[in-house]
Design a protein around this ligand. Sequence first.
Ligand code: RTP
Ligand code: MG
Length: 139
Amino acid sequence: MERTLSIIKPDAVAKNVIGEIYSRFEHAGLKIVAARMKHLSREEAEGFYSVHRERPFFADLVEFMTSGPVMIQVLEGQDAITRNRELMGATDPRQAAPGTIRAEFASSIDANAVHGSDAPETAKQEIAFFFGADEIYSR
Ligand code: RTP
Ligand code: MG
């Protein structure tokens, strides 16, 4: 069993597709074992994406991630990290495979609907960034 951190970004929350995205997780065998809706502060968004601090898109990324509430969840299942990344599709929705979350719901490389951890180490860090051990209900 593996865990990954998923965020439904402000664009997808605004589009009212939280349930549709949750449904994809469930159909793929991923269980939602923790969840919280939150409007990230600038400090939280900067901290969460601190690996990208020096990248040219960092300011836009933080601006976008604080533009409205997000839905944050821990997904659990076999190969959860890879499986979630497959469901998400490529970062740029124009390159995302048909049928993926980003192909269906994203409108640009910034407003790209979802975040997913990209490796076991980052998954661990990202889960701990938002959830205490007592807030995760493994099933
Ligand atoms: P995420 O971390 O949000 O799951 O997305 P990702 O792994 O597919 O992409 P990553 O390289 O980690 O980039 C994080 C987010 O920054 C925005 N971005 N903009 N304008 C650009 O060239 C650019 N590149 C990345 C995207 O919103 C991406 O999801
Ligand atoms: Mg990433």
